[in-house]
Design a protein around this ligand. Sequence first.
Ligand SMILES: C[S@@+](CC[C@H](N)C(=O)[O-])C[C@H]1O[C@@H](n2cnc3c(N)ncnc32)[C@H](O)[C@@H]1O
Length: 373
Amino acid sequence: MDVRQSVLDRYSEGAQQRVEALCCPVDYDARLLEAIPDEILERDYGCGDPSRYVREGDTVLDLGAGGGKICYMAAQLVGPGGFVIGVDMNDDMLALARRHQGDMGKKLGGNRVDFRKGYIQDLALDVGAMERFLAEHPVNDAAGYTRLHDWQAAQRREQPLIADASVDLVISNCVLNLVPDADKTQLVREVFRVLRPGGRVAISDIVSDEPIPEHLKNDPALWSGCISGAFQEEAFLEAFREAGFVAVAYDKWDAAPWQVIEGIEFRSVTLTATKPEATPCLDYGHAVMYRGPFSEVSDDEGHVYPRGARIAVCERSYRLLTEGPYADQFIGFAPRNPGEPRTFCAPAGTRRPAAETKSPLAPTCDSEGSCCC
Ligand SMILES: C[S@@+](CC[C@H](N)C(=O)[O-])C[C@H]1O[C@@H](n2cnc3c(N)ncnc32)[C@H](O)[C@@H]1O
């Protein structure tokens, strides 16, 4: 049996009844669980809690939503101004999640969740719509194949399952490890595509501390059990950096491994990352200072920040470093006299003279001691 089929079979079984081997103990916010039906709670196969990253008003996409538990938790957090989309490829899981949609909508004061059939490595393809098309136009020959191919191209272009730049937060709970290795790069690119600039990622998953040998990767039970398809811990972060994300980090790291197989530790982690803003890098005269404690740090865009130095940055970097995920690491200095913006071209590590970034409250005095504000 190949790993794709084993994932389908295993989670079909997991949708009908609780499969103990797939469960990983997680502390969720009990208040958010109160509204959720027992049959969803007991068929929970997550390994972390990405719902902690949801903000009011967010449009959230949950990759591999399973029975819908994290989606229904997120729906409570986004409130009436937000929306949650759960994507899964498994009909039995989708049926479990959708069965409670009406009741959950009443409990939450509105239906804010949609469950869509799709492959998370191909978020443009609407698999439910494709199955309806195939029921009417079965593929029996090359002409049928071409017709399907054309239909797919038009569907992706005109009615993608998840549109470009349409999501504020992509979350996932123990699913990326189930995606075939050959599709993992495409999967992370898809996450980047669907997020709006400035959008965030919070992925709870299993990682391995060492590369996983082929004989473990070829074991369908270990693959569908969230083990042998795990990213190696360094490669997981690197995959997001390569796709263009910044502020890529392990926000949660379980010290104790969930499983140890042939000496390889498999543990639950939560990766967070941000899609950079698409605005141009314009120089208004801003600077930032890295607080320490390290002698210097460099970011995912190649900038270097020595401890304690006022480093010249463009306005976009200034906002990322002082308002975004790095905010507690940096002190921001707005320009004292913002001029006309210029394209930022100072080499990495250029210092901004203190005279250009003094607090506007500090009086300026000349050599004779006469000061003005
Ligand atoms: C371990 S379960 C986790 C379910 C859910 N996130 C939770 O926390 O309970 C994995 C889920 O991901 C789905 N899945 C696995 N690979 C997928 C893929 N390539 N595309 C879409 N769904 C996938 C499975 O059908 C299953 O529902």
